[in-house]
Design a protein around this ligand. Structure first.
Ligand code: ZN
Length: 225
């Protein structure tokens, strides 16, 4: 199967424990489950309902604070923001607002009533979302289109080590709603493809991407995806 990120040929492997089939792209380091394991939103929601974060949970606040400590220095100019895929609560957008950045939030299940479709944002954050996406390249492009010139897109998802043995022992893909897996290189390839720049990488789970002020290439309109 061709890679859903860079269109190069992938290698397949099976998890002997679950017999789930995975595809691994050596070029951009993207790993994805066979699309037969992708679930629709109604099925996913049953699992999400079990582990929605609580605004009063100190652990979640610390988790988001570590994310913001890494991301906000890249977004010094930001006046407004969006938390894309916020889940049930607005905790992260509330914390961003405490940094003088007016912040909207959106979630396809819990907060689908999306705002002004033409609104542009200086900062878009998306934490623990991309590993759930059926079409991450398309979502990546759409989020770039919602950024203002020189805006910042910050994505958090756990990076794999690009080693198959490590991957098979990794907890992260055991969650049935986690279907696609990245490294910072995957996001670098995506950034180059859409003419933006990867400007931050914590080497673990977070990348920061800056949109160039020039018009981005629109692969969706060109029919490439
Ligand atoms: Zn690839």
């Amino acid at each position: 199967m061709k890679c859903h990120i860079c269109s190069k040929e992938t290698l397949s492997f099976e998890d002997p424990r679950t017999t789930i089939l995975y595809y691994h792209c050596k070029t951009c380091e993207y790993i994805f489950k066979s699309p037969t394991y992708y679930q629709d939103l109604a099925v996913q929601q049953k699992r999400y309902d079990l582990h929605q974060n609580n605004k009063n949970d100190a652990g979640y606040r610390e988790y988001y604070q570590r994310f913001l400590d890494f991301v906000l220095p890249f977004a010094g100019h930001a006046k407004n923001g969006l938390d894309f895929g916020c889940g049930a609560t607005s905790l992260l957008s509330d914390m961003i607002a405490q940094n003088s950045i007016v912040c909207d939030y959106y979630d396809p299940i819990y907060h689908p009533d999306l705002f002004d479709k033409n609104k542009k944002y200086d900062l878009i954050v998306s934490t623990e979302v991309f590993e759930h996406l059926h079409h991450p390249k398309l979502v990546f492009e759409r989020l770039l289109n919602r950024l203002s010139d020189n805006g910042i897109l910050a994505i958090q998802t756990q990076f794999h080590t690009n080693n198959r043995e490590d991957f098979l022992h990794w907890y992260y893909h055991h969650d049935t709603t986690h279907i696609v897996f990245f490294t910072a290189k995957t996001f670098m390839v995506l950034s180059e493809r859409f003419n933006c720049r990867l400007v931050g990488n914590n080497g673990k789970n977070t990348v920061v991407i800056r949109k160039n002020s020039t018009k981005i290439c629109n692969l969706f309109e060109s029919g490439e995806i």
